[in-house]
Design a protein. Sequence first.
Length: 322
Amino acid sequence: MAYFLVSVSNKINLELCKKYGLAGFTNSINGVWTFSEIQEGDYISFLYGAKVNNLYKVKAKEAIKDAIDLPPWEPITFKMSGITYYFPFRLHLSPIRSLSESLVRTEFAYVAENLLLRGGYRKTHFQADQTTLQSVSQLGELYNDTIEKLELKKYETFLPRFAKSNTSPPEVFRFTEIILQGAIRQHLSDVENLTTFVYQIGVDTLDTHKLDVLGEKALSEGHIDIMIKEAVPIGLARKIIIEVKTGLAKLQDVGQLSVYMDELGNECIAGILIAKDFSKKVLQEAQSKSIHAFSYRLGIMENHAPVTFNELKRDLQLIKVT
């Protein structure tokens, strides 16, 4: 169970989202990334105009074929590129709480820091921690308005897939680093997988049942791909940070991760670099900086046939490199 703030591009789209209890994402790599990241049973709020709007639980997901002319959102064409974006990726939402709260509230500090360090939204969604979700669950009031049902003509759905080549969005996208990040985050969100992973790096002081596994976290020196932290820290706020690369690990990846570890200080109890493979030189450099190296294995991608996000997750293996 995760909690996300979903960015909305304009007020009209926000009102349509609220009216029909829907969230929509574009026919782009960021759109399919968001659609893949957010699972049924997760929680979301809408983020617009530096305000957090309502709390919903995701009850269903669907990707719609030939959705360019389907309501409720109008397609968007960018003048510079001439590219038209529309909304095939959709979440059906159950409203829980009605609220419209400023992002500057202390309850939203985790997400607000991300926004501040990024210099603005420039992202489709932000994952918040469990503390933020607990706070939002006490803001505003229980939702008591009526959600209208959006009537659509007969349509077909599809499962988005990923491939190394021969892509045809929105049905097949190129397998990229952000998709790998999402698959690893969800893999580690399973307590059994997380327990095995943490055991391999020799960390036995954390209760894996009480950890948040979070997506991108902004720092002054860059962006952590995945951060594992205590959901309810007491006295200490211990963290494990992970840098993810789809290809071969490089010396600069080790250096960047080391910078993140230094910025977080003593509460960062481990830094981990996950990549396709490691040269001897890079592995030695990682070891010299007390960084753990893991290779990922996705044998399913070697078949060259497009695969779904869930197939990626099921096939994913993380192997400690020594």
